[in-house]
Design a protein around this ligand. Structure first.
Ligand SMILES: C[S@@+](CC[C@H](N)C(=O)[O-])C[C@H]1O[C@@H](n2cnc3c(N)ncnc32)[C@H](O)[C@@H]1O
Ligand SMILES: [Mg+2]
Length: 437
């Protein structure tokens, strides 16, 4: 049978669900009779889903592929604002469990035919009456197709309790609609050869819940005894930027990366002229970026162009930056001070993660990897090379000012109180620049 369909029937059924999800964007999805979780492993990539649950009666099957549902390293390295929780339960589709009630979508792919016919009514009551999701996708073999399957005698699988014709499937589905207030469309996957009027190899019914007043029978009442009949085997929360710890971790990495890169650019580009002032460099570079309609982030992402920097420094009159309303970075003795306002306004990645300067400050305040000024308004980056460190420490005892610090009279007063702190602590403020994710 496998060779009859390409892609395989199994893949086509799962693709049908994936396409449905892409169109309808359900947030809570449960796969009943999920087996070895192959559909769930595909659905975990559909990030519109926030809660993805699998239920099966076969615990061994469930445990075999649990690892396939775990977040990948990229989920940790590049988390998004989307949220996903995956849960696996050992239990029967014939029993009620409140944890899968009121979902947007229930799927049950090639499961119903494994139930005894006498239990199918109970399945309908649990799925449509108790779980009462917005939509349901049920697939099952179409017995009318069986004569076309080479070498098949009897049912398609030894565990099948029945296989329905299209009329039998339709009759069951319409009855469930009438009882529980759903409407249904019929389709399938696995086309018959041309001229054969037998329907699809796998027949599929897609149910949508209709308005409450259309429900013929009130769903069975809430039974506290049945509320938690499943046993949870697995649950995992995917990393999300909506979680404060994840957001802080990513933001810290970004802030360390961009402040270190800014420092490195400055140090690289001034290498031919150790006396070059940071303020002139910043102003000239800012003006050039403005003229080229380039953002600081774009500039920092690319290798230095030392020639053009030399030319910039030879110019004059760069006493303001295009984004003058934002505080500008400045050097104070051996440190680079990067105001959070600058990071938020000039580095879109930082602003989109933090949302505001205040929020950025709040998140960085508890992060030991980032050194903030006393008032929390700027990140302080040490500019000394390791081998300059000792010499500088000795010099600092006698020399309390530097040329660069004097360039920033306007800001010097503001940071007067912080200055002691910069020198008292003396150690590099940034431990790493490569921790960015
Ligand atoms: C043919 S497999 C389909 C697996 C999966 N839906 C897929 O598409 O790959 C049928 C699954 O239904 C499960 N099953 C059978 N009876 C069940 C019940 N009463 N409750 C939950 N799962 C059941 C079986 O353990 C098996 O994993
Ligand atoms: Mg089957």
């Amino acid at each position: 049978m496998a060779s009859m369909f390409n892609p395989s029937l199994h893949k086509q059924r799962h693709q049908f669900v994936v396409d449905f999800i892409q169109r309808n964007k359900p947030k809570k999805v449960v796969d009943l009779g999920c087996g070895e979780c192959s559909l769930l492993s595909r659905l975990k990539f559909r990030r519109e889903i926030e809660l993805l649950v699998g239920v099966d009666i076969d615990e061994r099957k469930l445990r075999r592929k649990t690892l396939g549902l775990a977040p990948l390293s990229t989920d940790f390295l590049q988390p998004t604002f989307e949220q996903l929780r995956v849960e696996l339960y050992h239990g029967s589709v014939l029993e009620k469990d409140a944890r899968v009630r009121g979902f947007d979508l229930v799927t049950s792919i090639e499961v119903i035919e494994h139930l005894h016919l006498a239990d199918v009514k109970c399945f309908s009551a649990v799925v449509f009456g108790y779980m009462a999701p917005k939509a349901v996708i049920i697939s099952t073999p179409n017995s009318e197709f069986n004569p076309l399957l080479p070498g098949l005698s009897g049912f398609r699988h030894s565990d099948h309790k029945f296989e329905w014709t299209r009329a039998e499937f339709t009759s069951w589905a319409l009855e469930a609609c009438c009882h529980y207030g759903y409407e249904v469309e019929f389709t399938g996957v696995g086309r018959a050869p041309q001229g054969q009027q037998v329907g699809f190899c796998s027949q599929i019914a897609v149910f949508h819940r209709v308005r409450r007043e259309n429900i013929c029978n009130v769903p069975p009442g809430y039974d506290p005894e049945d509320e938690f009949s499943y046993t949870q085997l697995y649950s995992v929360n995917y990393p999300s930027l909506r979680d404060n710890n994840t957001l802080r971790r990513v933001l810290v990495s970004e802030v360390l990366y961009w402040t270190e890169t800014l420092k490195n650019k400055w140090m690289e580009e001034r290498s031919g002229d150790p006396g070059a002032e940071f303020s002139s460099w910043l102003a000239a570079r800012g003006k050039q970026l403005h003229e080229n309609q380039t953002t600081w982030q774009e500039y920092l992402e690319h290798p230095s162009d030392q020639c053009s920097t030399r030319a910039l420094w030879d110019g004059e009159g760069y006493d303001h930056l295009p984004s003058a309303e934002h505080q500008q970075p400045f050097t104070l003795h051996s440190s680079l001070w990067v105001p959070l306002g600058f990071l938020c306004s000039c580095i879109p990645k930082v602003s989109s993660l933090s949302g505001s300067v205040e929020h950025l400050k709040l998140l960085l305040m508890d992060a030991p990897e980032v050194r903030l000024s006393v008032d929390g308004s700027a990140v302080i980056v040490n500019c000394l090379q390791q081998n300059d460190q000792n010499e500088k420490e000795v010099n600092d005892i006698e020399d309390t000012g530097s040329a660069d610090a004097c360039q920033f009279n306007s800001t010097a007063e503001r940071v007067e109180d912080w200055e002691d702190e910069v020198y008292d602590e003396g150690s590099p403020c940034v431990k790493t620049s490569s921790g960015r994710v």
